[in-house]
Design a protein around this ligand. Structure first.
Ligand SMILES: *Cc1c(COP(=O)(O)O)cnc(C)c1O
Length: 393
């Protein structure tokens, strides 16, 4: 203990108390001692706690809890899911490199791939998430440095064949980075399927209460983790300790929340498939899902997730009428909270595409995306039914 800390009552207690809940270390800096100086001079300060942009015990508590869920040896929190994506990509890419990435990615990830990375001299090649042959061809032809995709795409909820793509990527020495936000580590752990780095927007299911923006990166490779930590330090995408505490707290109920939401999602999907006015239901747990026979059993064998996409008769206009009539579900972007959220890809996540481009990408007119919450299937179905009923009110 630094002598200066010993002389200040009330501050030097952490070595002899064992709180059940991690304290919120709302401090930017920590008193220096010989160990800290050694670390700063030895590794550049990666291993001792001395400044909160480098590391902070509350922030690391959240990272460690998520790493355990992802079956990873190392985890690092970031300020947002986008900070996790940008930090992990920039760590692995430099001018002249090629990235092979999914065509179906989160909107801001798409902007990063199409606007920002090319400006840095990085070539980006896109492949449809479900086109496994296309991934193998693109990887063999372009010999990328990094391969990037999402376990489960939005709103088509198509799966990415991580084991097959990772094998092809490793043949050319590429690093495989997976965005596991929609699937969550409850349903699948990409590192076990061959990915090298997995990231999540912890804003969504991991924190789970729609009250904090955060991201997380996990890997089993300590050298890769330290390289990403360096970029987190220089690009500045660190998480605040109070936000990290909210993530940690949300994680305590993650397994039960996800078990309930995934179970409810199956029930809502199966019930709505029989509902008049609903022409299609997309959920990876259903036999009529395009990946049901092939990729689902290998990539999401245990649970098929808490996202459900409906296709409503009457197209986007009708979908807009229906979503405005919902009383229980909130019309909002984002996902993964305790409350059911509904959104329309045409005016939110995919508003910047033409109707033709949306159709080509499998985003059909009348698609309504649901992030299933914890209200129970009966209440969610009743809400959808009353919203689907015709007639003026
Ligand atoms: C929300 C989201 C992100 C971005 O996360 P933020 O925490 O909002 O920065 C990235 N990928 C996917 C799949 C997401 O849903």
């Amino acid at each position: 203990m630094p002598p200066s800390a010993a002389s200040r009552p009330g501050r030097a207690y952490t070595a002899r108390t064992y709180p059940v809940v991690p304290p919120i270390y709302q401090t930017t800096t920590f008193e220096l001692d010989d160990r800290a100086y050694q670390d700063i001079q030895g590794t550049g300060g990666l291993h001792e706690t001395w400044y909160s942009r480098f590391s902070n015990p509350t922030v690391q508590a959240a990272a460690d809890a998520i790493a355990a869920l992802e079956a990873a040896d190392h985890g690092m929190m970031t300020a947002s899911g986008m900070a996790a994506i940008a930090t992990s990509l920039i760590t692995h890419l430099t001018v002249g490199d090629t990235l092979v990435a999914s065509r179906q990615v989160y909107g801001d990830t798409g902007d990063l791939l199409e606007r920002d990375l090319p400006r840095l001299g990085i070539e980006v090649v896109r492949v449809d998430a479900w086109d496994t042959d296309g991934w193998q061809r693109a990887i063999a032809e372009h010999r990328p440095t990094v391969v990037f995709g999402e376990t489960l795409s939005n709103p088509q909820l198509r799966l990415w064949d991580i084991p097959t793509v990772a094998a092809a990527a490793h043949e050319v020495g590429a690093t495989v980075i997976v965005d596991n936000t929609f699937a969550t580590p409850h349903c699948t752990r990409p590192l076990e399927l061959g990915a090298d780095v997995v990231m999540n927007s912890a804003t969504k299911f991991l924190a789970g209460h729609s009250d904090v923006v955060a991201g997380v990166v996990c890997t089993n490779d300590i050298a890769v983790m330290e390289a990403m930590q360096r970029r987190m330090i220089t690009f500045g995408g660190c998480l605040d300790p109070h936000a990290a505490y909210l993530v940690w707290r949300g994680l305590q109920t993650f397994p039960v929340r996800l078990a309930e939401a995934c179970r409810t999602a199956v029930e809502v999907a199966d019930t709505m498939a029989e509902e008049p006015g609903v022409t299609g239901v997309v959920h990876p747990g259903r036999d009529d899902h395009p990946d049901a026979a092939g990729v689902v059993p290998r990539v999401m064998p245990e649970s098929a997730g808490a996202m459900v996409t409906l296709v409503l008769e009457g197209g986007d206009d009708r979908a807009l009428t229906v979503i405005r009539r919902l009383e229980l579900a909130a019309e909002a972007t984002s996902l993964g909270g305790v409350e059911t959220l509904a959104s329309l890809p045409f005016n939110s996540s995919h508003f910047n595409m033409s109707p033709e481009a949306r159709f080509e990408a499998g985003i059909l007119p009348g698609m309504l995306r649901l992030s299933i919450g914890l209200e129970g299937a009966d209440r969610i179905v009743a809400d959808l039914r009353q919203a689907l009923r015709d007639g003026d009110r």
